[in-house]
Design a protein. Structure first.
Length: 160
């Protein structure tokens, strides 16, 4: 008699950045301010195509006056047209912000920041795939996840 052969297969586990539907709700205040961050440092490869969007509860100028700083949600966009990846929560301190030249240091990179309207933020959140075709790679963020897409939209709708 032959005994059945048991084969076990193992597959690598892939970790993805939190998508718009699987990001846990944040207990923090709703975000009402959005800022595009334009790289001031020398870009690496096509880094300038991926423009960060920083969502904050208070204006960056107010955060710059508060030594403790504030948590903010970081989203990477592709050419400001679509959401490339939800990065997660970053802590922004007063020493990270230089309000006069509208500069901010974030994750070891220097940026110029530009506040955008609530309508612009909402448009991006409501149309996260944008109009420019782009491949979205598998990505694991080292940041804690931020609020979900629906919670972000609700916060910016309330700010209108």
């Amino acid at each position: 008699m032959h005994k059945p052969l048991l084969l076990l297969f193992t597959f690598p586990v892939l970790t993805f950045a939190a998508g718009p539907q699987d990001r846990p709700a944040a207990a923090a205040a709703l975000y009402h301010h959005g800022y595009y961050l334009f790289l001031a440092d020398q870009p690496v490869m096509c880094e300038a195509c991926y423009i960060p969007l920083l969502l904050t509860a208070a204006p960056l100028e107010e955060i710059a006056k508060n030594r403790a700083g504030q948590d903010a949600d970081l989203i990477t966009t592709y050419e400001r047209d679509s959401i490339y990846v939800f990065d997660g929560i970053v802590h922004v301190t007063a020493s990270d912000i230089d309000a006069a030249p509208r500069a901010i240091r974030l994750r070891k990179r220097q940026y110029r920041y530009q506040e955008i309207t609530t309508a612009e933020v909402l448009h991006l959140l409501e149309h996260p795939m944008g109009t420019i075709p782009v491949s979205r790679r598998l990505f694991h963020s080292d940041l804690p996840p931020g609020p979900g897409l629906e919670e972000l939209k609700a916060g910016f709708r309330a700010a209108k």
